[in-house]
Design a protein around this ligand. Structure first.
Ligand SMILES: Cc1cc2nc3c(=O)[nH]c(=O)nc-3n(C[C@H](O)[C@H](O)[C@H](O)COP(=O)(O)O)c2cc1C
Length: 231
């Protein structure tokens, strides 16, 4: 059974078949599916039931025009406009730095892009700003007054959407890279100044023939990330 073409029917299957999809078909996502995913995902828990999230789903011409606008801006500002938060800690310590480098190397290896091929790597990075060809995007923002706990609540609704997407045969890619274009995104979606734009999510049907979708990300072994006491 292929994770690329099969819908999932259990939470375990959804978890195991979800991956960060980086090549999509242009088949649009039915509006009813997008609404179902977001509405159902709002069952995600949040501390104090604050529900500190806001989401904007965009598809069709509106998304195409936005992508075209960013492409134009990238000519002047290849590094984007700047994010409102640190995407990673300024000093990424071990083992996190190694894990980050490792997934990058695996990605470029899957694509056959050599280490010294800087342009090739930049080109792949730039695919972020086309939502990897996805027809639909969801944007996430939260109030600036929110703290770490509420950022974690945000993660829960994002993961819920991604898992629900698997039930409908859809795939996704969460994208912090879009934080680099926060001012443009906030102006495009009329996100008020009192909110921080967190990330976007590409949503659609995986391109089963794309090499990049063969990438399988590793995980640290259980004893490295969890401790069990009293068993
Ligand atoms: C909040 C968040 C933001 C992410 N941002 C990006 C991104 O901007 N571009 C990208 O290609 N992948 C992005 N990823 C995907 C991660 O690289 C990916 O989750 C990780 O390597 C594990 O791989 P997997 O999702 O395929 O299991 C992001 C993931 C999360 C959770």
């Amino acid at each position: 059974m292929s994770r690329l073409t099969t819908a999932s029917t259990s939470v375990t299957e959804a978890l195991q078949s979800r991956f960060s999809c980086r090549a999509f078909l242009d088949t649009p996502v039915p509006e009813s599916d997008v609404k179902y995913l977001i509405e159902t995902a709002t069952r995600a828990p949040s501390g104090g039931n604050l529900q500190p999230w806001h989401m904007w789903a965009v598809q069709g011409e509106a998304l195409k025009e936005f992508v075209a606008d960013i492409k134009t801006k990238m000519a002047d500002k290849p590094g984007g406009e700047g994010s409102e938060y640190h995407i990673y800690p300024p000093e990424l310590k071990q083992p996190y730095d190694t894990r980050r480098r490792d997934i990058g190397e695996r990605m470029y290896e899957t694509l056959g892009i050599a280490r010294e091929d800087r342009l090739g790597r930049l080109g792949q990075m730039a695919r972020n700003f086309e939502f990897f060809g996805a027809p639909c995007a969801v944007f996430f923002a939260l109030d600036k007054t929110m703290q770490e706990g509420q950022w974690s609540d945000m993660g829960m609704i994002i993961q819920s959407i991604m898992l629900l997407a698997r039930e409908r045969g859809l795939h996704s890619c969460p994208q912090e890279a879009w934080a680099l274009w926060s001012p443009s995104i906030k102006s495009f979606l009329n996100i008020p100044d009192h909110m921080t734009f967190f990330c976007a999510m590409a949503l659609g049907y995986a391109d089963p023939d794309a090499a990049i979708n063969q990438l399988e990300s590793p995980r640290a072994p259980l004893d490295e990330v969890a401790s069990f006491v009293g068993f």
